[in-house]
Ligand binder design. Sequence first.
Ligand code: MN
Ligand code: MN
Length: 471
Amino acid sequence: MEKIIKNGKLVTDSEIFDADILIRDEKIVAVGKEFNESNAEIIDASGKLVLPGGVDAHVHLDLPMPGTVSSDDHYTGTKAAAFGGTTTVIDFANHDLPSLIDSFNVWQEKALPNVAIDYGIHQNFTRFNENTLKEIPLLPKMGVTSIKMFTAYNGRMRLQDGEIFQAMRVAKDEGIISLVHAENGDLIDLLVAEALAAGHTAPVWQARTRPAWGAVESGFRVAALSFSAGKAPLYIVHMNVKEEADMLLYARENGLPIFGETCPQYLLFSEKNLEQPDGAKWVCSPPMRSEKDNEGLWEALADGIIDVVSTDHCPFLFDGTKPILYEGKPYQQPGKELGKDDFSKIPCGLPGVGDRMPVLWTKGVNEGRISPTRFVQLTCTNPAKIFGIYPQKGALLPGSDADLAIWDPNKIVSYGVKIAKHRTDYNLYEGTELKGFPEKVFLRGSLIVDGDNWLGKRGGGHFLKRSRFLG
Ligand code: MN
Ligand code: MN
């Protein structure tokens, strides 16, 4: 079965040009002009852009949290992603069982039957011991070439510096990149206890008890550990403070293979949003910072310091006491109201996987902060390269999977919860006018989103066995 996407303007990580795309079955077979495959289905993209399908390298689907579970599972979250132009996500497997490999397998059983787009898995490494350390080298055979560690969440997921160092050293030898959530766990625990003891229960205290400098020093500290581990490849997730980007640049200029990610919420919101009556909607960790940080992070994106924009998608209902309708059926789960009397009990996380590309296009490209090619680097190509799925994903090249979005740069949408397809009851961009929106989205040659119509299916996604990090 052949398809030709005709008359579109292609946007890749390096150029913008008029070309047609010939698709055979699941792959792009040629990019050029005047294909004369007479039996091919013709899809007219006149006046439209054609982008690679988005790659969101940081999502949490069906993630259990105290007293609840995140409201998008592997089906609803990947469907929402597709509507926003994203055709690949990388989810995180909890390290719930003593064995790292058993933990991966359990997560995989939950994900694979449900995903509607292609996906990979980062493996959390949160139980450090002799046995789990020995399991790290087994991961690449299972298609997992990244581990995730934490310098916060004391007593739950945090590892000590020496433990992170040892894991990085093993990971480096296997071509596995280490991802780190960098905040200062000791400071956070102390400040949260003090705030609650003083009677501070409102959402804004979630931000006030997670110091920005704790994020900066933790990121720099793990860069130091990575140097000490022989320049182990390192990826700092969800950078949220301007000075984190300064530290990243310093480490990179000194020869460390280090990469940085931020998320739209850290570019567009600040602690002020947490002061609103509905501030719990913005509670995620790390927290919203300052407007100075927003600007600093935009600059770091434009300057090539930060490499990736992903979402840390992990939504909850704002009001979990009431059901919502999803695909015509009621859905209900405890949500942000769990923290109405105690900010530390607000489930941490927010919706974003479907918002990412249209929001970043409007706020980044239309407002002149980043170019269209930089947009493609940040949302498609860089994450695919860093995480071992390029050029299968993140590119419009012969041999790439035919994952693409036909993008209407002139479509104006009054965005919000009714347009976004996340399974939750709110959207952070409610009422925001977006210009530029995906019109059709293809996954491996199949049309899965056509305007407002969902043509994808549960279980239609493939697990991506990712290549090792080669530097
Ligand atoms: Mn995190
Ligand atoms: Mn996360």
